[in-house]
Design a protein around this ligand. Sequence first.
Ligand code: SF4
Length: 320
Amino acid sequence: MAPILDIRNLQTHFFTSRGVARAVDGVNLEVPRGEAMAVVGESGCGKTMLALSVLRLIPQPPGRIVDGKIIFDDTDLLSLSEKEMRSVRGNRISMIFQEPMTSLNPVFKIGDQIAEAIELHQKTTHQEAAEAAVEMLKLVGIPNPENRAQSYPHEMSGGMRQRVVIAMALACNPELVLADEPTTALDVTIQAQILELMLGLTRDKDASILLITHDLGIVAQSCSRVAVMYAGKIVEQAPVTDLFRAPLHPYTQGLMRSIPRLGDKAVKLTPITGIVPSLTDLPRGCHFHPRCPHAFDRCREEHPPLIMQNGQGVRCWLHE
Ligand code: SF4
């Protein structure tokens, strides 16, 4: 089956006074239809810019998509007019941001905001959209949804607001949901609940998910495939079970070693040394070489391509 989203050689650059920052640098990625795929990496690796590129929401200027294709259900989103793109955003593809207040307008009641999203994309009367909004609030577990629809965002807790955002994102039955760190801003005690809710509802609605996260625990629990991003590039891509069983790239191995595992009391957590390089001043050769414990001469000179090994893609000379 063709993937719901097929990103080909995507290049999103930011033209700054310090030089060109290649936030997304030649990314190839397929999101399987009806499945959840994760993109993981540290802050600043380009994963949010990848999601924003899909919706063509890159702040312009200084950003610009300079090359590539974003094929969504047989259509290259980069070939659409802005008007055509508006009928895709929030309708066929929706996005859940990390901070719920990014998506909610503080001066409108939440029921009206969800109803507006429905009215914008579907042929409904205001009354029908208002009723559908209450149904969505019920679906995401908001107690007393008829009354709660009259609340303003500031009258709700962070967890409830993120439930409202999920309701709004799913109100038009999108085929693809882009979720950018959807639980990071929430209290640890409710993160699992919200994640489960989002994944369960998207599954029920047959939507596919591209989940952007730095949390490998979430990926293990919820996704079928994963891509690891570093300095604007995908450095490893694999089915989740393969990646967790045998991570091939030294960066992925480093990420794995830095997460605690239940029961492994004797295993010391090891952070990855060094910091993520500036995107305007990337190291020559493999961009990971200043932090890599296995770097050798070739790594400092030549940038490795994505090398395929048993269905797992890895950008590292060790696997040539
Ligand atoms: Fe490390 Fe070299 Fe592989 Fe880069 S190419 S990850 S520096 S071993």
